[in-house]
Design a protein around this ligand. Sequence first.
Ligand code: ATP
Ligand code: MG
Length: 318
Amino acid sequence: MGCFPCGGGSNKKTKKEDQIPPPSGEKSEKASRSASSKDGPVDVKKEGASSESNGSQQISAQTFTFRELAAATRNFRPDCFLGEGGFGKVYKGRLESSNQVAIKQLDQNGLQGNREFLVEVLMLSLLHHTNLVNLIGYCADGDQRLLVYEYMALGSLENHLHDLTSEKKRLDWNTRMKIAAGAAKGLEYLHDKATPPVIYRDLKCSNILLGEGFHPKLSDFGLAKLAPVGDNSHVSTRVMGTYGYCAPEYAMTGQLTIKSDIYSFGVVLLELITGRRAIDTSKTAGEQNLVAWVSSLPRSQIVIIRKFFVFMVVILMI
Ligand SMILES: Nc1ncnc2c1ncn2[C@@H]1O[C@H](COP(=O)(O)OP(=O)(O)OP(=O)(O)O)[C@@H](O)[C@H]1O
Ligand SMILES: [Mg+2]
């Protein structure tokens, strides 16, 4: 993948935006299909679904006041802090109803904003599946933007694959397969069951959250797009995604298709097989990009990785 232009990102939290203007004559980002556009709601054929879906669903998420969420996290106390991404900080909280939740607070000076917030609320209000994280509600008091999710007790796949501590055991092969299969089912739901289909655009290990028993759920839909319908083969967009996971043809042309997610899924499979990060700037130049590194291996080693890869894909298809 030597021609892949997204290789410059060194900070994994540095979201996203290697912006390439859409090729001339094609629709701009604003005009292209997105969940926040006037295209209408997503109609979903349910699987593990928790609400009605007939193409005219109402937003199912609850609204919270800032005061309620401050109380749930005991004023965003540091010991409730779970982690931080491009959107902002994430805290563990407990609602009055006694539910444990994860609360993500928009960083007002951060890289993401209202648009991602709106797309996240819309998408997760309309899409329901056992392998997608459940959005419980949101807060849009004044300038505050917070998202309230079900709490995923085991954190993200990234936490379990990389930077292991002595308390955290290396994932066994069966668990890796279970996670890959669950993530694939979530993706299949977005691509094949939602109408129109949804392109996720942000599939990566940190967005695969793990519940009890390592049950995986896809999270973070702020970049999701409605897929092209009819004769259109792609959606033209600004290139958004995360370095190392972004399909090269999308990064080069801005033409987004469902296959872009499949490329990202392939990178996640490679991470599960090799235990290496998609991008690892602590390694030497030739080893920083996982896909480029695997491609540069001697043929005999590529054959072994390919066997694992094919094995995983075949199991996923059963
Ligand atoms: N619903 C949740 N339950 C438990 N932990 C969560 C939940 N959502 C997020 N987290 C934790 O919060 C941390 C930050 O997540 P976040 O999605 O904001 O960032 P990220 O995925 O690491 O980066 P990016 O912004 O690029 O997607 C992650 O380490 C994740 O483990
Ligand atoms: Mg995330």
